[in-house]
Design a protein around this ligand. Structure first.
Ligand code: TYD
Ligand code: MG
Length: 471
């Protein structure tokens, strides 16, 4: 029997509670609980399902003749790369990102590209008027692209209209937070509305077979706003991120049922929209100054592609009080660990210093492989000796100061050589270990077994007379 249940859902994290409270117990946010009404068939639906005659399941083997999902490439290579090769028909993609980061711009460009490739694309905006979108299209030089545009927010109208458009390949909804359905009695953007609107759109996408791209807002903390369930309901979750002070933007896969999630697409916001950046390393290193202490180039990996970034470190004396550790773009716990290892294993005195660490360009590095580059930047700052501007660094550091191998060393070395670097500091290969790696001819490999060796490498040949504490 159907029964109406009143619950309270947190607008920030989507957790559901039976009672209202001023503060969400799950995420700690204040004043975010909203009333929602749901209809449940039976409390503890278990009983219900056991009442009907159970159907027998057909179990099958893992091997089968399922073809890979067909893909509709958008012809924007960086976008397709993150999706895993293009949009999958009848799949649902959620694109999140800060306001003003360029979500609408990216989707208009992707829609136009698909439209020009002969696909039928519907672009429905609940945030901007037709005129505003046309202005943007004119600015992007896309006015002539065959994209069907509408400004609407009522899900019933939208689904009925999409139903009248056969052979639609892609429907863009900008944004899901502005949509509302008649059946639900709360304001657009509330948890219940967002969930109900998304559910109806997703059902239409699955039955009609078009790819659905939903724009989602993010909260101040950077999580996708609205119910967490939205992330579970969709097939792909993408984040569009970047520093508004910088021009480049990164499209990052968070979840992907049809491909790898660690891929990134790199774009640059220009006066005429987003342009693809095929060689991100060159972009991230563009503003690097040589001969400055506290800087080291890290050969990182984002998904399957190598990316070189500059890590910058600044130390300033803080004789009293507790020193500050400020990190942008890296893990602050990892920095504390490295500082402790440098202090204990290399005798580098850093405890009385404020430490600022920055990944230049605004990229976020998640790999432990950056340890060696961070350590090099720290040593360079502590000794006021610039690192070799033609050297790249990568390697993970253990608690005893030993260097550990990282994945895809060859790819990192190749990228370094491609960008004109001539030295690479990397973990020592243990004899009989993982095997030989091929090193590009133009690159000389400096193998480092222990962090203490790094001090020698950073200070080598620079400013004679510098103190070499670890040697
Ligand atoms: P927009 O796509 O509206 O962001 P979102 O949908 O994520 O809120 O992007 C808006 C920003 O992008 C705005 O601040 C201006 C900038 N922009 C450019 O720099 N160049 C362009 O060609 C366009 C269309 C926008
Ligand atoms: Mg927008």
């Amino acid at each position: 029997m159907a029964r109406t249940v009143k619950t309270f859902a947190c607008a920030a994290c989507g957790s559901v509670f039976p009672k209202w409270a001023g503060r969400c117990e799950a995420c700690g946010a204040w004043n975010t609980l909203e009333e929602q009404t749901a209809t449940r068939s039976l409390p503890g639906g278990m009983k219900d399902s056991t009442r009907r005659a159970a159907a027998k399941l057909e179990f099958v083997g893992l091997e089968g003749k399922t073809p890979p999902p067909p893909r509709v490439p958008s012809t924007i290579a960086e976008f397709d790369r993150v999706l895993g090769g293009g949009l999958v028909p009848a799949s649902v993609v959620l694109l999140g990102g800060d306001p003003g980061i360029g979500k609408s711009t990216l989707l208009l460009q992707a829609s136009a590209a698909l439209g020009r490739a002969g696909q039928r694309v519907l672009y429905i905006s609940g945030e901007e008027s037709i005129d505003q979108i046309r202005l943007r299209a004119a600015r992007l030089g896309l006015s002539k692209a065959p994209v069907e545009l509408a400004a609407a927010t009522q899900i019933g109208d939208i689904i009925a209209s999409i139903g009248q458009c056969p052979d639609t390949a892609l429907v863009v909804i900008d944004s899901i937070q502005t949509m509302w359905t008649e059946g639900v009695d709360s304001a657009p953007g509330s948890v219940t509305q967002v969930r109900a609107a998304a559910f109806e759109l997703i059902r239409a996408a699955k039955t009609q077979g078009f790819a659905l791209l939903l724009v989602g807002h993010v909260t101040k903390e950077g999580a996708l706003a609205g119910p967490r369930v939205l992330e579970h309901m969709v097939d792909v979750v993408l984040h569009f991120e970047g520093d508004r002070g910088h021009q480049f933007r990164i499209l990052r896969g968070i979840k992907n049922r049809f491909g790898a999630t660690d891929e990134i697409g790199v774009f640059e916001m220009t006066g005429a929209g987003l342009s693809e950046v095929a060689n991100p390393s060159a972009l991230f290193l563009a503003e690097r100054r040589g001969n400055v202490s506290g800087s080291a180039v890290f050969a990182g990996l984002e998904g399957s592609r190598p990316v070189l970034v500059e890590l910058q470190c600044l130390l300033s004396a803080n004789p009293g009080g507790s020193p500050r550790r400020s990190v942008i773009g890296w893990d602050s716990g990892r920095l504390s660990m490295l500082l402790a290892v440098l202090e204990t294993r290399c005798g580098l005195k850093l405890a009385m210093n404020d430490v600022y660490l920055n990944v230049a360009g605004g990229l976020r590095v998640n790999e432990p492989a950056a340890d060696l580059a961070v350590a090099a930047a720290l040593i360079s700052a502590a000794m006021d000796v610039p690192t070799d501007p033609e050297m790249i660094f990568f390697g993970e550091i253990g608690l005893s100061g030993e260097l550990r191998q990282v994945a895809q060393a060859e790819l990192r070395l190749k990228e370094g050589a491609k960008l004109g670097f001539v030295h690479a500091a990397a973990p020592k290969r243990v004899a009989g270990g993982a095997g030989k790696i091929s090193v590009p001819k133009s690159l000389s490999l400096v193998e480092i077994g222990h962090l203490a060796d790094l001090v020698g490498v950073v200070t080598a040949g620079k400013r004679p007379g510098q103190k070499k504490e670890c040697e």
